[in-house]
Write a protein that binds this ligand. Structure first.
Ligand code: SF4
Length: 337
């Protein structure tokens, strides 16, 4: 009998739209997934596929022109209470509770996320004091301890420094401290290493993994970097045009990719020792996200497209235990045509 999953976050039928001038962009079109306790889920796909919009919607941090038009989240930490994301008022007490304790986020660019006029110590403490009642001195103690754990030298002294006095990698450590200070059940890391050089990237990822192990945090890693996903995630969800087209355990997705888009993404990843000409690019571009698409959104770019593909949206099927795919090539029993 398959082991029962210990799910910490369940997202169901998430729909997000953006207004861009007169256009209505369909950013997320019914995304559903589960996150297991203490695991790392990678959400991957090309720019504009809806992965960041999904993350921002879960944390209710969409920009002003974005709206959640449907979807639910269940946080186990909230004793299974189901939240209808589109009905949660933007400034409610419930929302304040949700952010910080249930879910927290690390953004791509620490420079624009930190406030330049406040010390880093104050910025981390504020995050803590917003959720837990305690004297400022006690909060400071906790912040200094966390800074030390995050490898920031002389943490007591650096507590009073301003963001511009930190390097890029150190600023990202401060962002991790803000996100982790309240011990959130779920941490969403949105391209957390994109703005950093390769050596610092590896340090930040190692640090996130250590914290995950120590604190049992569950992580959603948003990235376009398949190599990074292969290295650190337990499960992966591949997104295309606002939908998850394939998801499952990392070894199944990388060892036996079923969706033609996943296969194409994997063929476009450089591997050490591979000659440049062996890399493939995915032909064509993505369709206009403000137009309604009837069939499979990958149809125009897919080398395996056939008659049915342009007319009907493929449903999600479980092709093998825990491995889901949305493609007309597969039927419920997992047989390929
Ligand atoms: Fe390709 Fe058709 Fe599958 Fe879409 S449904 S990925 S077009 S084979």
């Amino acid at each position: 009998m398959p082991k029962k999953r210990d799910v910490v976050l369940k997202v169901e039928d998430l729909v997000v739209r953006y207004r861009v001038g007169r256009r209505r962009v369909n950013a997320v079109n019914g995304v559903s997934f589960e996150l297991e306790r203490g695991s790392m889920l990678g959400i991957v796909g090309e720019s504009g596929c809806g992965k960041s919009a999904t993350a921002h919607a879960i944390a209710r941090l969409l920009p002003k022109n974005g709206a959640i038009e449907g979807g639910y989240v269940d946080f186990d930490e909230r004793e299974g209470e189901r939240l209808c994301l589109s009905e949660l008022p933007a400034r409610s007490e419930e929302l304040r509770e949700l952010r910080g304790k249930s879910v927290s986020m690390i953004f791509q660019d620490p420079l624009s996320s930190l406030n330049p006029v406040y010390t880093v110590g104050r910025q981390i403490s504020e995050a803590l004091l917003a959720h837990e009642k305690m004297p400022r001195e006690k909060a400071k103690e906790r912040v200094v301890k966390l800074l030390e754990r995050l490898g920031i030298p002389e943490p007591l002294k650096r507590y009073n420094d301003y963001p511009h006095q930190f390097s890029g990698g150190m600023k990202q450590r401060v962002m991790i401290a803000i996100a982790m200070i309240c011990d959130p059940a779920v941490l969403i890391a949105d391209e957390p290493t994109t703005a950093l050089d390769v050596t610092i990237q590896a340090q930040i990822i190692d640090l996130m993994r250590e914290l995950q192990r120590e604190r049992g945090t569950s992580i959603i890693l948003i990235t376009h970097n398949m190599g990074l996903v292969a290295e650190c995630c337990d499960e992966v969800a591949v997104m295309y045009m606002g939908r998850i087209v394939e998801k499952g355990p990392i070894e199944r997705i990388f060892g036996n990719p079923l969706h033609p888009y996943t296969s194409a993404l994997l063929r476009s990843v450089p591997v050490l020792g591979m000659k440049r000409r062996e890399l493939e690019s995915i032909p064509g571009g993505t369709p206009d996200a403000s137009e309604a698409i009837e069939g499979c959104a990958f149809c125009e770019r897919c080398s395996k497209a056939f008659g049915e593909c342009a007319g009907a949206l493929p449903a999600e099927i479980e092709a093998e235990p825990g491995h889901f795919v949305c493609c007309h090539l597969y039927r419920e029993e997992g047989a390929s045509e």
